[in-house]
Design a protein around this ligand. Structure first.
Ligand code: UD1
Length: 429
């Protein structure tokens, strides 16, 4: 039996929402804790499908973890293991790749398949692998199974990333944290989630300098303890909620979310005519009149406009008066799936290659739509909240990978959104 969310939009949203910890911080932190001797605890962790998948990987590798009321506890006592990641878990999300370096340190080997995740175009892991090999790992593909071994451990090196990949920066930071000697990584990603991982590892006893800049200097240590850590708030969830207000209208306060994390997205919403007020630890987002088009935007690495925010912001701009366009410089097919679904609502939207173009229409129709990836799926919810007619969104598994109880949050703000079971023949995705 499939499920869908039925949404009737066109009613403004009011209230306050506490922003949970960032999925993109929590997932690498969980994997990193595999390298620690003691227990690690993470708080305000949302109960997401990806978090559950990562817990399963952790347990399969031999670790213990528990999750209760947002508190995640992880510890690892087992000494031996073969570091085998089950196919169905490795293939379920891109973030399974974060276990490569920790498993190499823990077991001297790791066995997995190419990680899964959203289909946004090609997503190779060559930088992760090149870096690990330069640090002494031996790599072998046995058909589609990747086997990495480092029986004598990893050693420090100097490595230049050919592009500032967030995931590769995190993999190599974890690898270097317990490698023998010093590692210099140049051209690394500067995203807040990278800084968060460095802070956690340093709190566990690592010696990482330069996080937030383009060069990391890491002196390997032989042992890491665990620690209690509060990951940063989820800037993409916060941006999605801000986009729902831009789309539906209303006035919502995003609590526990410092504005510096999401300045580029807030700037775009402000340019489109939303009222944004920044308080110490919260952001107020308001939309009263009609939005206006923002011209052409480009996504970029931090501190640029984030690729993950692009679909939800595009959705809010479907009813903005005038033209908007977003070019995603990171992924080749960021918009193709969601643009097709936007068109079903009567949006005037074109997607060519990496670019989505929107000529705002005054009203959107209700439509039956399918989420095909995480952020593109959330964007369908944002769009549906603009329409007074009923929409139905299925493919919810994609959205639930990154958002905990989106209907519950939106209902509390006054939205009309309900979960409905679909008879089998209607179920899609
Ligand atoms: C992370 C985020 C994801 C976000 C992305 C870009 C997590 C868990 N996920 O993903 O939500 O959309 O950053 O901000 O943090 N690339 C290569 N070779 C590599 C690695 C990456 O060519 O070895 C390419 C990718 O194909 C992509 C680009 O680099 O085109 C950016 O990818 P990357 O920064 O690695 O993104 P992720 O870490 O996968």
């Amino acid at each position: 039996m499939g499920e869908c969310w039925k949404i009737v939009g066109g009613r403004p949203l009011f209230g306050r929402v506490r922003v949970p910890a960032a999925k993109n911080s929590v997932l690498p932190l969980m994997a990193a804790s595999l390298m620690c001797q003691g227990e690690s605890q993470f708080s305000s962790v949302p109960d997401l499908l990806d978090v559950r998948t990562s817990m399963e990987i952790y347990q399969t590798l031999g670790g213990q973890c528990s999750y209760q009321s947002g508190r995640l506890r992880l510890s690892f006592r087992q000494k031996e293991g073969r570091g085998c990641m089950p196919r169905h878990l490795a293939g379920a999300m891109r973030s399974s790749v974060f276990y490569l370096a920790p498993a190499l340190h823990r077991f001297g080997r790791v066995e997995t398949i190419q990680p899964g995740g959203c289909n946004l175009g090609p997503r190779p892991i060559d930088i992760h692998l090149d870096g690990l090999v330069q640090m002494g790992a031996q790599m072998e593909w046995q058909q589609d199974v990747l086997v990495l071994t480092a029986p004598r451990g990893l050693r420090g090196t100097e490595f230049v990333l050919r592009l500032p990949s967030v995931g590769a920066t995190e993999t190599l930071m974890m690898a270097a944290a317990k490698a023998k000697g010093e590692t210099i990584l140049r051209g690394v990603a500067r995203e807040p989630e990278v800084v968060d991982l460095a802070q956690y590892l340093n709190q566990c006893g690592a010696n990482i300098e330069g996080a937030g800049s383009s060069v990391l200097k890491i002196r390997g240590v032989s042992e890491l303890t665990g620690c209690s850590y509060q990951p940063i708030p989820d800037r993409i969830t916060a941006t999605t909620l801000a986009a729902t207000v831009a789309s539906a209208g209303g006035h919502v306060t995003l609590e526990q979310c410092p504005a510096y994390l999401m300045e580029p997205a807030l700037n775009v919403l402000q340019q489109a005519g939303c009222g944004i007020k920044v308080r110490e630890d919260c952001i107020q987002v308001e939309r009263v009149g009609t939005l206006k088009g923002v011209g052409r935007l480009y996504t970029g690495v931090y501190p640029g406009f984030p690729t993950d925010a692009a679909p939800v912001i595009a959705a809010a701009l479907l009813t903005a008066k005038g033209q908007s366009a977003i070019e995603d410089t990171i992924f080749e097919q960021r918009f193709s799936a969601c643009a097709r679904e936007f068109a079903k609502m009567g949006a005037n939207v074109q997607c060519e290659g990496r670019v989505i173009q929107m000529q705002g229409v005054p009203e959107l129709r209700g439509a039956t739509m399918t989420a095909a990836d995480l952020r593109g799926g959330a964007a369908l919810v944002v769009a549906a909240l603009a329409s007074k007619e009923e929409s139905c969104i299925d493919g919810l598994g994609h959205i639930r990978r990154g958002y905990k109880d989106l209907p519950g949050i939106l209902q509390a703000l006054g939205a009309k959104i309900q979960l409905q079971q679909l008879p089998d023949e209607e179920a899609v995705g």
